[in-house]
Design a protein around this ligand. Structure first.
Ligand code: 9MR
Length: 642
């Protein structure tokens, strides 16, 4: 199954119907049905092109099946990385984002399974994870679903499933890959970089975002680029002395060709740093010895000199160190391996060497939660100390990973004001605004009122930053559009929508909040109207099949209150026309009797203000055809299908 979609909190704010209507006109385009490029149901008695990755055996079987009677069995595995593998080079086009779904089951016991792509270029293999470790066992089929975009030229491209530790037999079934075509970018809207010109506005990008429509969107709106992962240590020096710029160079070259600035992120971090960096000459993990410290600082110096020299003046800003502050330590320093082996000297060395290797560049210390007073003050103290020592720090980077209701503008202003006396530049380096306010929430699609709250947040924060012209020298968003955001898997797996453009690259209310706030209304919401069960049938229903594979499908259903009275509960009914069965439903509770289905609200989404909607989703099974229900009823009376 997909990662379970979790609880939704009732919304603190409900929006006036007129405001929601205005917002909807500026809102995301509805997703069309996906185009399927690959299906394997293993119903024809063959392995349908799947092979092993080594000497394991891959055979057709009828021992178990997810849909129908056949599946694929993998036996004789001698390593956990061995598993079923399929050539997808002909199916996967560079720059297109595919949703890939595989059902997995073990023959015995339990383990984690993951889904990845192996790509080879110039004879060198790289491994891209599509779905991370997911619990699987012998008692049920588990669905692995993730997205993958090929960003490079390849000689071979293979999809595969592996486990994390055991080598027992496994089965897969009902494999599908599909994509939703992106829309052309909107060329008739203002360019963000023209509207906000107090500082360069940038986006963090990964490999495929310089291609096709993504590249056009990037070039139209942004004046700066941050490679989101490509300049990190694991990408640039995966093995000692083996420097690689294969991931970063295309991004930096794109920026150069379009006259964009480049933020270099990041020279030193505790994450995405290969294990060899912290392994001593004796092959053991480094400890706080003089020998290990000298070796570590030597590696640090070599790394910075090489990477900085490769880019020369093309990179005008470096995040020299990233996330080194821990406000819970008395000295404010994160207990990373960098710190435990080298103490504060790793930071001093990093800045000194970066200044020598890139004398033109502005050197930054970058961190998250810098609006939180305890963190902010520890960062301030560290920068003040280092500057007093003569360490060449030019700027403080505020990541600004925030959400629709946190933090306040006042707290953010206090963050900026705090650093003014230090005479450093300040940059907003990784801004995104999650639609979620807690880990327990999950929405199948971004609710209109969250998108509006998000628009207000972007409007207010960017307006604040613009007041600091001269102090703030760059504002970067951590992503280009909602189709590719790290928040889809952090802190839990769920679809987030934290950026200015939606999954189909169209401008969201958040974009208008920055570019033309008059388009999103002037209010920040009003109290939730109260009321009883729906007094009239003023409602509409949108029923969308969002994924379909042999025997199974996923659907999202949204019910909208089109009347003038708020609902405090609801119950939606329909008849399935072709024998479909609901298997698992989230954000509501379902009862099915024959063809008749009734879905009642969950505890957290019964309240629906006029103009607002509640959504739920489900996984179902089908055979033959899978038509959408012809009619719906809400709490017993007819409700229009939109
Ligand atoms: O966006 C990056 C994501 O693709 C990586 O998986 C992740 C984990 O290492 O790092 C993300 O970028 C981080 C950035 O480098 C530093 N600040 C937090 C960002 C989000 O995790």
């Amino acid at each position: 199954m997909r990662a379970p979609l979790r609880t939704i909190l009732s919304l603190a704010i409900a929006l006036p119907a007129a405001t929601v209507a205005m917002m909807t006109t500026a809102s995301a385009a509805e997703e069309p049905a996906p185009t399927t490029v690959l299906t394997n149901d293993f119903e024809d008695g063959t392995t349908q092109g799947w092979t092993g990755r080594a000497a394991e055996r891959v055979t057709h079987t009828t021992t178990v099946a997810h849909g129908g009677t056949g599946s694929l069995a993998v036996t004789g595995r001698t390593a956990s990385w061995q598993g079923p593998s399929l050539d997808v080079r002909a199916e996967f086009v560079q720059g297109t984002s595919y949703t890939i779904s595989v059902w997995v089951r073990l023959a015995e016991g339990s383990d984690n399974a993951r889904l990845s792509v192996e790509r080879r270029t110039g004879g060198v293999a790289s491994y891209d994870q599509v779905v991370g470790d997911t619990a699987v066992d012998s008692g049920r089929w588990v669905n692995l679903t993730g997205r993958y975009t090929l960003a490079t030229d390849v000689e071979s491209l293979r999809l595969y499933v592996e486990t994390s530790s055991t080598t027992g037999d496994l089965f897969i079934d009902d494999v599908a890959a599909s994509y939703v075509p992106v829309l052309p970018i909107q060329t008739d809207i203002p360019s963000l970089k023209d509207v906000v010109d107090e500082f360069p506005v940038g986006a963090a990008i990964t490999g495929a975002e310089i291609l096709t429509e993504h590249g056009q969107l990037l070039g139209k709106h942004f004046a700066s680029v941050t490679p989101g992962n490509a300049l990190k240590w694991d990408a640039t020096e995966p093995a000692e002395g083996a420097f690689s710029y294969a991931q970063a160079d295309p991004l930096v070259n794109f920026a150069k060709a379009h006259g964009m600035a480049v933020r270099g992120h990041t020279l030193v971090w505790h994450n995405q740093t290969p294990a060899w960096v912290f392994t001593g000459a004796d092959g053991e993990p480094m400890t706080a010895t003089a020998g290990d410290k000298a070796l570590l600082l030597g590696r640090l110096e070599n790394h910075i000199r090489e990477v900085a020299a490769h880019y020369g003046t093309t990179i005008g800003v470096w995040d020299v160190v990233n996330e080194v502050v821990d406000e819970n330590q008395t000295d404010g320093l994160r207990r990373s391996t960098w710190y435990t082996v080298a103490g504060l000297d790793y930071i001093r060395t990093a800045f000194r060497v970066a200044r020598e290797a890139a004398p033109h560049a502005k050197l930054f210390i970058n961190d998250y939660n810098t609006n939180v007073p305890a963190k902010r003050d520890k960062l301030y103290a560290l920068v003040a100390q280092l500057k007093a020592e003569g360490v060449p720090i030019d700027g403080v980077g505020h990541q600004m990973h925030v959400n629709v209701s946190w933090p306040t503008v006042a707290e953010t202003r206090a963050m900026l004001d705090k650093f003014l006396p230090l005479d450093v530049e300040q940059q907003i380096t990784e801004m995104d605004v999650s639609i979620y306010t807690g880990e327990g929430e999950s929405f199948p699609a971004p609710p209109a009122d969250r998108l509006l709250q998000q628009a207000y947040m972007y409007r207010d924060m960017v307006a604040l930053f613009r007041q600091y012209e001269g102090e703030i020298t760059s504002v970067t968003l951590w992503g280009l559009a909602d189709d590719n955001t790290w928040l889809d898997t952090f802190p839990v797996t769920r679809k987030d929508a934290p950026l200015l453009f939606d999954t189909r690259l169209q401008a969201k209310p958040a974009y208008w909040g920055v570019v033309d706030p008059s388009r999103i209304g002037a209010t920040t919401g009003s109290p939730t109207p109260t009321g009883g069960a729906p007094a009239t049938t003023a409602c509409s229903v949108t029923y969308r099949i969002t994924g379909s594979w042999q025997g199974g499908f996923q659907a999202d259903v949204r019910v909208t209150n089109t009347g003038t009275t708020a609902w405090t509960s609801w119950s939606l009914g329909w008849q399935f026309g072709a024998g479909q069965q609901i298997a698992q439903l989230w954000n509501g509770s379902a009862a099915q009797s024959g063809t008749a289905v009734t879905v009642a609200n969950a505890a957290w989404n019964g309240s629906v203000a006029p103009g607002a909607s509640a959504s739920f989703g489900f996984l179902g099974s089908w055979t033959g055809t899978n038509p959408a229900p012809a009619s719906f009823s809400l709490s017993g009376t007819a409700c229009a299908a939109a």
